[in-house]
Design a protein around this ligand. Structure first.
Ligand code: SAM
Ligand code: SF4
Length: 338
């Protein structure tokens, strides 16, 4: 039985390096209906359902973070829209927008977005990130191991029709989509989407060596800068992204390059897994078990556990990629949430 009696509001979330945490990413499931080659192995072992946080527990944890100064929450996964009660969770958290929370967002592969877009907007979501690594159906099927591009494109159209702004997330992959990135950016400018390009990160074992697919975004940027008029944009989110405006369009281009550029100094985020583990850094194994704290000692124990996570948040990740190198951490991105 969880003790939910009100406890006094706690101090802001400031870590040992003086960084204030204002952004929580919540992975609501480690499962997914796709198997992107750079993210997962073809055969994955997922958590048993009994190991997952209940919706009520996620809501209590999120409430504590909001009480302690978190203003932005992103629902992610795995694929968040495969979790059956995700709509209800979005409604619960969305009710806090304007009451502590500034923004509730979602990262999705888009396969089920068409069926959820209107409800997400009604819950208060105004922007979604949709992961899309190619606009060619056959490449899409290959990268995701069986996905149907048309479903994702339908989801994006439905999102826009529902009033959601869309940012496309594209992982740059040598031999798979590197040649296509200029046309993906051109498509984003014509559709009015933002685009974030991502370097593949060494998270979790997959069926190939990531180094074979790794593309430094410096190389991609050089190519884009010859085809597009890119204007540096000061926008920062506290993450590892740098931004540009594509002149004459509404599109903002982000480069997320944790391997070739490190921006951990401004990190403002923590990540909650579907199992209730709070990771202070995507690239390290340090975590605290919020599920055990909440179930064992209620909200006061939860606060103490969050304080512990603040104390152990590392100064920076230590990602490196090289031939035959083991992943920096054994967890897949789908566990910690992208
Ligand atoms: N399933 C949802 C999706 O694909 O958008 C949400 C979870 S997914 C783990 C979040 C983001 O992480 C996606 O944009 C995906 O492309 C990215 N991603 C997954 N594994 C990655 C890796 N090893 N390196 C870099 N990005 C990765
Ligand atoms: Fe699933 Fe997203 Fe990972 Fe692709 S990137 S396998 S869609 S969790």
């Amino acid at each position: 039985m969880i003790a939910t009696a009100p406890v006094p509001s706690q101090p802001a979330l400031v870590d040992a390096h003086g960084r204030t945490i204002r952004y929580l990413r919540i992975s609501v499931t480690d499962r997914c209906d796709l198997r992107c080659r750079y993210c997962m192995a073809e055969t994955m072992t997922f958590l048993p359902r009994r190991a997952l946080l209940a919706l009520e527990e996620i809501a209590i944890i999120a409430e504590r973070f909001i009480a302690r100064g978190v203003t932005k929450i992103r629902l992610t996964g795995g694929e968040p829209l495969v979790r059956r009660d995700v709509g209800e969770l979005a409604r619960r958290l969305g009710a806090r927008i304007g009451r502590g929370l500034d923004e509730l967002t979602l990262t999705t592969n888009g396969t089920r977005l068409a069926g959820h877009a209107a409800a997400l907007h009604a819950a208060g979501v105004r922007r979604v990130n949709v992961s899309l690594d190619t606009l060619h159906p056959d490449r899409f099927r290959f990268i995701t191991r069986h996905g149907d591009l048309a479903q994702v494109l339908d989801g994006i159209v439905a999102a826009r029709a529902a009033g959601l702004a869309v940012k496309i997330n594209t992982v740059a992959l040598a031999g798979l989509n590197e040649d296509e990135i200029p046309s993906i950016l051109a498509w984003c400018t014509s559709e009015g989407h933002d685009l974030s390009l991502i370097e593949t990160m060494p998270l979790g074992a997959i069926d190939e060596d990531r180094v074979d697919r790794f593309v430094p975004l410096t190389r991609v940027f050089e190519r884009l800068a010859t085809d597009f008029d890119l204007i540096r944009d000061a926008h920062r989110t506290g993450g590892p992204a740098r931004y540009w405006r594509v002149a004459g369009t509404n599109t903002r281009l982000g480069l997320i390059s944790p391997l070739t550029a490190n921006f951990c100094d401004g990190c403002n985020r923590m990540r909650l897994t579907t199992e209730g583990k709070l990771y202070a850094c995507l690239g390290h194994d340090e975590q605290v078990d919020l599920k055990a704290a909440l179930r064992g000692g209620g909200v006061a124990a939860l606060d103490a556990a969050i304080d512990h996570a603040l104390a152990i948040k590392p100064a920076r990740h230590a990602f490196a990629i090289g031939p035959g190198a083991a992943p920096a951490v054994a967890r897949h991105m789908s566990v910690t949430g992208g």
